[in-house]
Design a protein around this ligand. Sequence first.
Ligand code: NI
Length: 219
Amino acid sequence: MDKQVMVRVFFRTVKIATALIAVIGTVLWFQAQGGRTAKVRDMQQAATSGVNTGGMKLGGDFEMLDHTGAAVTQADYAGKYLLIYFGYSYCPDVCPSELQRMIAALDLAGDAAEQIQPIFVTVDPERDTPAQLAEYVPMFHPRLVGLTGSAEQVARMADAWKVYYARSKAEDSTNYLMDHSSYIYLMAPDGAPLKMFRAQSKPADMAKAIEDIVDSSAG
Ligand code: NI
């Protein structure tokens, strides 16, 4: 090999080595990032497994219509824990997935589930008539109760649970979305708030919290 060829080979080797180091470095960096993201996600999930509501003024008596059209109050669910979610049946994604989570948690909660009444409260009484809810709630669970009422009744109940809701993105008077806060509330049989679960809480975490609370108060 003459000197020129040797120099060329040397530089090509350096170039390949540099490229390899860059690739390996990038892969390692992404792996480290992935690990960090997973750690952050775990921390966030731990934080979403439930917020203690001790001392918080939340909930209260309500007068609503259930999905069979019957007038109901808190007293109709006496002796039961209530697991409540506010939303609306026309919701394209958030409500159905939160209701699925809530029901999945209930299914995982074993015997404790029998002491719990799951309730879906609409924030869109205009479209969510009892008949509409009667079609909607059984898709999630045979025991899921749908509550609606007049605009005033719904506003009063949402207010008591500090639920925010408002119409948004109206394409026309019947085709619109609702903005609304998204929590699942666990209420004691005496009406006291026990726990609120943030959106996207894991069903297993919710089930564990539910079992802990219901079992400890039963025994
Ligand atoms: Ni929704």
